[in-house]
Structure formats: structure tokens, C-alpha cells
Design a protein around this ligand. Structure first.
Ligand code: GLY
Length: 417
């Protein structure tokens, strides 16, 4: 009798699961059409280059870089030291990586050098974003010494933000002592790639050791038992103790800010690539498991900006949207990370990660791309930058496009690994 009851319950829960995941199951067999996606990106980025050129000419400023779209529909242009200043040239390098077309290489070269000064910017932890995704990519694809030198100089600058009491690189230099004394954000994991790479290029272990110390301290203090991550950990710079765990870009301190989870997943996967430390691999797997368990994940796997926002529509299915913005950038980062994570695990687990990433990329390429010659030439729509500040909500943003192109490239290059 008990056995039969259990069976009925199991069948019922299976039925509910199937109903809720019908679309997701269908998507499991859908893969992004890579050739079509790159062709669309080619058209759209050429258009963006034209828009950028017009603004640079009008403003007589050749250092401006497209970041997003303003509320009035105009291009939001930034320059170094904006943390997003390196993604645009990175995108151009990613186009070159795919096409080997000299057009993209020429565009990438000129748009890379305009942010060179970032290598000396000791006021920010974002040097990895700025310099690794631009000069680092350039060095990877060309092997030219001049790019290598900028990467190494930037790593030296980033290392100067390391505090041995805390064991971390300081993320933000701003903020009152009441807000935080030594803020470390989960995003900072991404900047460790610059240090690991600089160690490889120079043989200087100090860069490696700083990156490892930062990753270990983050591993210890940034995560909840379920594998989700806080956004900000505030440390006491005198003794390295944790003062508090809070959010800055999420909805509330205990919420699940989607892009933060994405940075953590990507960051620990990347740390495993350089160190082969199983603790990093386990952490990346734990983050993925947590992410896959989100009951409120929309069927197209493009997350809401914060997965604990009460404005998330109830029920699963094509979004009854409008009430809660998505974050396509988080989805693109997660897809890119999962393609790499799949190369480090068993064939069975790899299949799960690749399927999930493919499903994200299928959604992005079929539902989230801007129509050609619209959206100021950005590729993806519907990212959310800083919701609490009311800034860049449900708009295109250049880092979404960067990780989207990276994921497209990885989907190809990591296929048989
Ligand atoms: N600080 C990077 C981000 O907004 O995700």
C-alpha cells in the first residue's frame, strides 16, 4: 500500500515536472545556428561601427567606445577608465577569431589601442575586463609583443590592489566606511584571468599567488551553503575578518543577483583552467547545480535580473513579461562558462552543461537579437546593468555582446574537447 502511494506520488511529481518543462525539453534538441549567428553579428557590428564613427566625428573624440543605449535612444558612449571600455574591441577581436577577416583585425587593432592607458589605472579592480578582454585577446590571436607588454603592465597595476591581511584584491575604492571598508565583489573573480595569464607570460609567480589567494578567500566567504553567491563581502582591512555580506546591484542582501552568479561560475571555471585545483572545479559545479535548480527560471533560460525579485511572474512558460526585466548578459556569461566547464568533467555531465548552454544560445539567437540596423548596432537586447540605480534596465549592453560572441566561438572550438 505504502509502495503504491509512493508510486502515485512519484508519477504525479513527474507529470508536474514534464508540464513545467515541456518547452525546455523541446529546446534541448535546439542548437544555435552558428553560421547564421555570425553572419547577423557581422552585419550588425559593421552598422555599429558606422554609428560610432559618426559620433566620434561629431564630438571630435576618437577614444569613445559604445557601451549601451541611453533612455532617449542615443548611443551611450564611454571612454577609458569606464569599466566597460574594453568589451567593444574585444568583440571585434572575437569577430576576427571566427572569420580571420582582415577587416575585423584592422578595426580591432585601432579600437584596442585607444584604451591603452587602462594599464595604469590603479583606481579600479576592473583591469581584467578592460585589458584582458581587449589586449589579452589581441595577444592570443596575434602573438604580438606590444599587446603582451600591456597585459603584463596591467597585471602589475592590478596586483597593487592586493591586501595581504584580507587576502584579496580590493574591488571598489569608493564608498563611505559605513557602507564598506574593503569591498570585494563576486565580479572580481573575472579579473584574476589577467593575473594568471601574466604569470604564464612572465614566470612571475606573484601574480599567480595573488589570484589564488583571492579565489580561495572568495571561495571561503562569498558563498551560501546552497552554492549561491553574495554580491559584496566587506572585510576588515586590519585583520581580514568579514564585516558583512551585502548587495549593491541585486535586489536585497540575501537575493540571487543573476549576473553575480554568472561571474562566479565563469570565474571558478577559469581558475580551474589555470590551477587544476579540484576545489575550484567543485565550486563551479556547485554553482551550476544551484543555477539549474531555479524554479522561477523562464523556459527560454534567460534569467530575470534577480532571481528573487517578487515581480517575477508566477508559473513557467513564455514570459508574461514586462513586470520583471531579464538579463541577457547573465545568460551569455553562463553559456560561455558552461561551454568551458563541459571540457573539465565526465562525458555525461558535459552533455548537461552543453545542452544548457546550447539552449541559452538558441534562445539568444532566435529571440533576443536586435533586428539588423536597429538598436544602435548592438547584438543582444534585454540586459540589465544596475537595476537598483535605475540604470541600463532592459537595454543592450556591450558586455552582453562580448560574452555572446565568446560563447558562439566556444561552442565551436570546445565541441570535441
Ligand atoms: N561590475 C560588473 C557588473 O555590473 O556586472
Amino acid at each position: 500500500m505504502i509502495k503504491r502511494l509512493f508510486l502515485i506520488l512519484a508519477m504525479f511529481s513527474q507529470m508536474t515536472y514534464s508540464q513545467n518543462h515541456t518547452d525546455a525539453t523541446r529546446l534541448a534538441s535546439d542548437k544555435p545556428d552558428l553560421q547564421q549567428a555570425f553572419a547577423a553579428a557581422d552585419t550588425q557590428l559593421r552598422y555599429q561601427l558606422e554609428q560610432v564613427e559618426k559620433i566620434r566625428k561629431t564630438k571630435k573624440d576618437w577614444t569613445l567606445v559604445p557601451r549601451s543605449i541611453e533612455k532617449d535612444g542615443n548611443l551611450r558612449m564611454v571612454r577609458q577608465p569606464d569599466w566597460c571600455c574594453g568589451f567593444f574591441s574585444g568583440e571585434l577581436w572575437l569577430m576576427y577569431q571566427h572569420s580571420h577577416d582582415s577587416f575585423w583585425r584592422e578595426q580591432a587593432v585601432s579600437n584596442t589601442w585607444i584604451i591603452e592607458r587602462a594599464k595604469l589605472d590603479g583606481g579600479s579592480h576592473d583591469l581584467g575586463f578592460m585589458v584582458y578582454n581587449s589586449f589579452g585577446k589581441a595577444y592570443e590571436l596575434t602573438g604580438e609583443q606590444s599587446y603582451r607588454d600591456v597585459v603584463v603592465r596591467a597585471a602589475e597595476t592590478l596586483a597593487s590592489r592586493f591586501d595581504s591581511h584580507v587576502g584579496c584584491i580590493r574591488s571598489w575604492s569608493w564608498g563611505t566606511p559605513e557602507r564598506w571598508q574593503f569591498a570585494v565583489i563576486i565580479d572580481n573573480m573575472m579579473n584574476l584571468e589577467l593575473l594568471f595569464e601574466a604569470c604564464k607570460l612572465t614566470g612571475n609567480r606573484r601574480y599567480h599567488d595573488i589570484a589564488v589567494s583571492h579565489a580561495n578567500t572568495t571561495l571561503k566567504n562569498h558563498f551560501r551553503p546552497d552554492g549561491s553567491s553574495y554580491h559584496v563581502v566587506d572585510y576588515n582591512p586590519k585583520d581580514g575578518s568579514v564585516i558583512k555580506r551585502i548587495t549593491h546591484q541585486g535586489l536585497f542582501d540575501e537575493s540571487v543577483w543573476s549576473r553575480g552568479q554568472a561571474w562566479g561560475l565563469y570565474g571558478f571555471t577559469m581558475c580551474y583552467r589555470y590551477t587544476h585545483d579540484k576545489a575550484y572545479l567543485a565550486q563551479a559545479q556547485k554553482i551550476a547545480k544551484f543555477w539549474f535548480s531555479q524554479a522561477d527560471m523562464p523556459w527560454d533560460l534567460i534569467p530575470y535580473w534577480d532571481m528573487r525579485d517578487p515581480a517575477i511572474p508566477t508559473g513557467v512558460g513564455p514570459a508574461k513579461d514586462g513586470s520583471c526585466p531579464r538579463d541577457a548578459s547573465a545568460a551569455a556569461i553562463i553559456a560561455s562558462a558552461l561551454y568551458e566547464l563541459a571540457t573539465f568533467v565526465s562525458a555525461k555531465e558535459a552533455k548537461t552543461y552543453r545542452n544548457y548552454a546550447d539552449r541559452i544560445m538558441y534562445s539568444l539567437t532566435t529571440k533576443y537579437l536586435a533586428a539588423p540596423h536597429t538598436a544602435q548596432g548592438f547584438l543582444l537586447q534585454h540586459s540589465t546593468g544596475n537595476y537598483p540605480a535605475g540604470d541600463e534596465i532592459d537595454v543592450p549592453i556591450n558586455y552582453a555582446d562580448y560574452y555572446y560572441l565568446e560563447a558562439l566561438n566556444r561552442s565551436q572550438t570546445f565541441k570535441n574537447k
